[in-house]
Write a protein that binds this ligand. Structure first.
Ligand code: SF4
Ligand code: SF4
Length: 286
């Protein structure tokens, strides 16, 4: 098979956002950390943010759904897994989904979005399965700041809190960047801008991750969400976001067109069809 054109990913390459689409396959319900901005309880086709999906698919269902999605939207070039939890809190499901996609749609680019906590044992597997793009969400490179962002992190059956948990997560995340780059995988860093918590620290996140070889950073303004510790924080506006991107851009390319997609997003970035395909997804999930 001809080598894949890795530029055909609309999130990593803005120029392709009008012609190339992505689908998120919601096969990963569990998470291995708890971010203070995350609430995965709301499940509504009218809500657009990470963590939200109209259903959970088993790997074989995800492969069937992929077939149907491509019939309806042939411009899809990327199949990704972005939750609604974390791919590596559900590694068996994720690896099996990627294996099935490789069999049925080897022409697609494969993409994973993770917090980085559990990815290290699977680096060789995902490289062998042809995953070309990985996003790691890193919103702090200082455990004292990380401790304000993460309520807990789980390693196997052990739960760590506070700076100890944040330090363990950070260690894994930084090792993941190195390991992914050693395997030739494109790495994006998602960083959530959290007012009063980390906005003064995000340029340092850019500097540290760029030094390890990360390719692009996506600074995402916090979307304050009901029933979370950060529910009452303000949503950062352009006055906060733009200068941060400008300064961080001195270290690493900046993504400027993120749509803060759902865990079952599908279509072009500017024309999400998850509501239209919700019935198809739910039929596959039965
Ligand atoms: Fe939610 Fe993702 Fe954080 Fe897990 S890693 S708690 S799914 S935002
Ligand atoms: Fe791309 Fe942002 Fe949507 Fe992820 S959330 S698929 S980076 S546009």
């Amino acid at each position: 098979m001809a080598a894949k054109d890795i530029t055909r990913h609309p999130c990593f390459n803005k120029e392709t956002a009008g012609t190339c689409g992505r689908v998120h396959l919601p096969v990963a319900p569990k998470c291995n950390i708890q971010c203070n901005y995350c609430n995965r309880k709301y499940d509504c086709v009218n809500e657009s943010r990470p963590g939200v999906t109209s259903g959970i698919l088993k790997p074989f269902q995800a492969a069937q759904y992929m077939d149907k999605v491509l019939e309806k939207e042939p411009r899809i070039t990327v199949a990704g897994i972005a939750g609604p939890g974390d791919p590596f809190a559900n590694p068996a499901e994720v690896i099996e989904t990627m294996r099935l996609l490789n069999e049925r749609h080897p022409e697609l680019l494969f993409c994973l979005s993770t917090n980085g906590m559990g990815i290290l044992p699977y680096l060789d597997d995902i490289a062998a399965l042809g995953v070309s793009h990985v996003t790691i969400t890193i919103s702090a490179v200082d455990p004292a700041i990380g401790a304000r962002i993460y309520a807990w992190v789980k390693d196997g059956n052990v739960v760590y809190r506070g700076e100890q948990g944040a330090a363990l997560l950070l260690e894994r995340q930084l090792a993941a960047i190195r390991g992914l780059k050693e395997r030739g995988i494109v790495v994006k860093i998602n960083s959530i801008i959290i007012p009063g918590v980390n906005e003064g620290h995000l340029v340092e996140v850019a500097r540290v991750t760029a030094a390890l070889g990360a390719d692009i950073q996506n600074m995402i303004p916090l979307k304050p969400t009901q029933d979370t510790p950060f529910a009452e924080l303000p949503e950062p506006g352009r006055d906060v976001v733009l200068p941060l991107r400008k300064e961080a851009g001195g270290f690493i390319s900046q993504m400027t067109h993120c749509k803060r997609c759902r865990a079952d997003a599908v279509g072009l970035l500017g024309n999400d069809q998850s509501a239209a395909l919700c019935g198809t997804l739910q039929a596959c999930a039965k």
